[in-house]
Design a protein around this ligand. Structure first.
Ligand SMILES: Nc1ncnc2c1ncn2[C@@H]1O[C@H](COP(=O)(O)OP(=O)(O)OP(=O)(O)O)[C@@H](O)[C@H]1O
Ligand SMILES: [Mg+2]
Length: 258
């Protein structure tokens, strides 16, 4: 199989809609409420008159005081993902690592602080590598402000809910492979890839939800997570006419990673 690693000759430029002008932001409310985070729609109005929509993904406090979630604007409480497999490559001081391993209150705070940091870092690396991800605008205290995929009328549907023609499914798979190649060539595995963390918008496939992404160099589970990611996407594409040979794609991607 012909392999074309994505290595941008020059740094990938920030999108043109991101202006170097003063701005004001208004929250237009909750867009989606996920297991651990809520995504808010933000309108940013630039002094020059133009307006962009942004998505603000905010992680909920893990152990909120009574009333705290509502006071912070969240609508739901949190269901935790089994996270330890993703944390192998995270850097902690020995004190913090002990606290994390023994699940003390301090350990939980350390982990809570890490998710937004991880998501911003992984989005930046994925973006720089040339993968199709929302442009990461900035990290905030409890989350990440990023490109909103959608328009004034609607947010992009998740691939699991989108209705694609046969031609669009083929195009989506081609884009899926390009993003996977870009990510693995940059040493990264998404780690929670499925039709639920892929958006489809105006012929563009976008990978979202990257806080758990891992590196080949620091996480020995990376190959297994990549294999699982491939299985998940193959399970969506297969019945829609793209027979994915998971093992051969896996082998190709591993070749890029090493
Ligand atoms: N940049 C974005 N543009 C448009 N919609 C987005 C964006 N980011 C997230 N969403 C929407 O918000 C939902 C939740 O986001 P995400 O998957 O990152 O968070 P999560 O808390 O892990 O959610 P879940 O538990 O559903 O996986 C997504 O399924 C998607 O519908
Ligand atoms: Mg998600």
């Amino acid at each position: 199989m012909h392999i074309s690693p994505v290595s941008p000759a020059r740094p990938r430029e920030a999108p043109g809609w991101l202006l170097d002008e003063p701005f004001e932001e208004t929250s237009l409310g909750t867009l989606k409420s996920g297991k651990e985070a809520e995504v808010f729609l933000i309108e940013r109005r630039y002094a020059g008159g133009s307006t962009v929509l942004l998505a603000h993904k905010r992680y909920r406090p893990r152990r909120p005081a009574k009333g705290e979630l509502r006071a912070l604007g969240f609508q739901h409480s949190t269901a935790f993902r089994n996270a330890s497999v993703y944390q192998a490559g995270w850097f902690f001081s020995s004190r913090d690592r002990r606290a994390v391993e023994t699940h003390t209150a301090h350990g939980n705070e350390v982990i809570e602080r890490m998710w937004p940091i991880q998501e911003m870092a992984m989005l930046q690396r994925a973006w720089t590598a040339g993968a199709s991800v929302p442009y990461p605008v900035e990290r905030t205290d409890d989350g990440v402000l990023m490109e909103f995929i959608g328009d004034m009328e609607q947010a992009a549907p998740r691939l699991a809910q989108a209705r694609l023609t046969t031609g669009e499914v083929a195009a989506a798979w081609k884009q899926m492979l390009e993003s996977l190649r870009a990510l693995t060539a940059a040493g990264l595995v998404h780690g929670d890839l499925s039709a639920y963390n892929l958006l489809w918008w105006r012929d563009r496939l976008v990978l979202i939800d990257l806080p758990q992404a891992v590196e080949f160099t620091t996480n020995t589970d990376a190959p297994e997570l990549l294999h699982r990611d491939l299985g998940n996407v193959a399970a969506w594409f297969g019945p829609r006419g793209v027979a994915v040979d998971v093992e051969s794609v896996f082998a190709e991607l591993l070749g890029l990673a090493w």
